[in-house]
Design a protein around this ligand. Structure first.
Ligand SMILES: Nc1ncnc2c1ncn2[C@@H]1O[C@H](COP(=O)(O)OP(=O)(O)OP(=O)(O)O)[C@@H](O)[C@H]1O
Length: 228
């Protein structure tokens, strides 16, 4: 993205959530996004994933300018190229794990079989379970299976461990690291836990709508070794 700004106008109040952000993500890299509440992390992620559009500036994906794209092209970009994982899983309670994943594989052009996606997150033996029959960490892994089943080029995760305890959170992070390695999916993870940054290739820090630090980790730490 180039020179991206985002201004929200609520009546008299204008909030500048992003102020001229330039950012290029490399294929396959694992990026952690840190920053205080309100610094613009979710706004940045939503614009990267085509869920929101910038007020000014450009978003380019593999040479294609998404800011100039029609709604149809943007919808196709979201549907085929981006997987999303949110803090509260967003599974449909009346559908099994397999059916939750199948919702996405039914509309993607070259998806994995739902069973394969669930096996990748180590839930091959839970495919007929409903969300209420799964723990929080397992539900989040179903959400990850759903996000990767379409084989997206980009996986965007907004506080994926925010609702989980330490050990369960680490399991979810292990799953994200493993998927990143196996599928080569460019992965961006928003977190409040600075300790998680040690597992990333690259760590971005945001403050008041700008990226104030952009660092590479020379040595990545395995998720199971993380402390926070
Ligand atoms: N839809 C919206 N309408 C109006 N203001 C918004 C909207 N979304 C975000 N904002 C404002 O933009 C700023 C950046 O919000 P954003 O959610 O991107 O921050 P964040 O770093 O993700 O915060 P958190 O860590 O609390 O989720 C905040 O001041 C927020 O109140």
């Amino acid at each position: 993205m180039l020179g991206v700004t985002k201004t929200y106008i609520m009546g008299e109040v204008r909030v500048q959530a992003l102020k001229s952000v330039d950012l290029e993500l490399a294929k396959g890299e694992f990026v952690v996004l840190l920053g205080a509440s309100g610094s613009g992390k979710s706004t940045l992620l939503n614009i990267l994933g085509g869920l929101d559009v910038p007020t000014t500036g450009r978003v380019i994906f593999r040479g294609q300018d998404l800011t100039a794209a029609s709604d149809r092209v943007l919808t196709r970009f979201r549907r085929q190229s981006v997987g999303f994982v949110f803090q509260f899983y967003n599974l449909i309670p009346s559908l099994t794990a397999r059916e939750n994943v199948a919702l996405v594989t039914d509309i993607a052009p070259n998806p994995m079989h739902p069973r394969e996606a669930l096996e990748r997150v180590h839930l091959g033996d839970r495919i007929h379970h409903f969300p209420s029959q799964l723990s929080g960490g397992e539900q989040q892994r179903v959400a990850i299976a759903r996000a990767i089943a379409k084989r997206p080029q980009v996986l965007l995760c907004d506080e994926p461990t925010g609702a989980l305890d330490f050990q369960t959170g680490k399991l979810v992070l292990e799953t994200l690291a493993q998927v990143n390695q196996e599928l080569g999916t460019t992965t961006a993870v928003i977190t409040h836990n600075a300790g998680i940054a040690d597992m990333a290739d690259r760590v971005l820090t945001m403050r008041s709508g700008t990226i104030t630090a952009d660092q590479r980790n020379e040595h990545k730490v395995e998720p199971k070794e993380l402390e926070w």
